[in-house]
Write a protein that binds this ligand. Structure first.
Ligand code: NAD
Length: 290
């Protein structure tokens, strides 16, 4: 049966390696890397994420700058805050927690962030950099998925990969990353015909849909690596987009939910912030050691 990919342990190791390089950065730059997180409103899930991000940032030895704005904040006020953070030399990363309340145009806010502080990698400039293979910031969840895959297969070259889901946050950047690793990439989505057959061809399956158990275990090609990004709250607890028990009998390696991809996202956010700080201060960060 499958190797269970322990994302929780991988993320803990990554955070330790980040903290080591943060300490070196602080000595050389005379300040800590700074991550600004902006939360508008009090959405319970978003509040939990923002709290976890702040805690992890401080634990890595970085500065967490948190801005909590009321739910009725207008667009101009939020844009003014983003401008202030863009101009602040002690801020290396800016993250505006999504979703934003309805009166705010999320795309306009994302586009207002300095691309060189966009540690979430959502700015169109960073999407373009990823698509063209130039240096920028890659969205945290798909980059975390790639790190987990490479812990199983150091080279992904020539493998058949299927990404189920085409969101700007997960599916599309995941497909770009796999293409960058020389996989043959298929992107499946809600209009895909015969998903079973498409998934069944893949050596690598990344599911990022948000439908519990959508990907059936019996579809998985024997020995394939399965990365389950889905986080779905059900009566029986948190489950992924992949039917775990049956998939684990066929896969070569699989991420559990919870404890797989989930813990990687914040660890990669810290990584991106450290890399940003290094670029901005001219301090060398050893990305191969992260
Ligand atoms: P989204 O809703 O933006 O996109 C879902 C995608 O799934 C769409 O592109 C859609 O075409 C596709 N889809 C929907 N129904 C389908 C079907 N029946 N067959 C095939 N494709 C279908 O979602 P998202 O933001 O990409 O998130 C996807 C999942 O990943 C969610 O469960 C979310 O909670 C989870 N997620 C986890 C993390 C993390 O682990 N840190 C981060 C982001 C998202």
């Amino acid at each position: 049966s499958a190797t269970i990919i322990d994302g929780k342990a991988f993320a803990a190791g990554l955070r330790t390696r980040i903290a080591t390089q943060v300490a070196t950065f602080r000595e050389q730059a005379g300040r800590a890397p700074g991550l600004a997180v902006v939360l508008v409103g009090e959405d319970p899930a978003s509040s939990v994420y923002v709290r976890s991000k702040g805690k992890a940032t401080r634990e890595a030895g970085m500065e967490s700058i948190e801005h909590r704005l009321p739910v009725d904040t207008d667009q101009a006020t939020l844009l003014a805050l983003v401008e202030q953070l863009n101009a602040d030399p002690t801020v290396d990363g800016i993250l505006v927690q999504l979703p934003l309340p309805g009166q705010i145009d999320a795309q306009a806010v994302i586009q207002a962030i300095d691309p060189d502080k966009d540690v979430d990698g959502f700015h169109p400039v960073n999407a373009g950099r990823l698509a063209t293979g130039s240096e920028g910031f890659v969205p945290c969840t798909p980059l975390g998925c790639l790190m987990l895959l490479k812990s199983i297969h150091p080279s992904l070259s020539g493998m058949d990969a299927v990404v189920v889901g085409r969101s700007n946050i997960v599916g599309k950047p995941m497909a770009q990353l796999l293409l960058g690793e020389s996989c043959t990439v298929t992107v499946a989505h809600s209009r895909t015909r015969n998903l079973a057959e498409v998934v069944g061809r893949a050596d690598i399956v990344v599911a990022a849909v948000g439908v519990p158990g959508l990907v059936k275990g019996e579809w998985i090609k024997p020995g394939a690596s399965v990365i389950d990004v889905g986080i779905n709250r059900t009566e029986t607890g948190l489950v992924g987009d992949v039917e775990y028990d049956t998939a684990a009998q066929r896969a070569g390696a699989i991420t559990p939910v919870p404890g797989g991809v989930g813990p990687m996202t914040i660890a990669v956010l810290l990584r991106n912030t450290l890399v940003s700080a290094g670029r901005r201060e001219g301090v060398a960060i050893d990305q191969t050691a992260l």
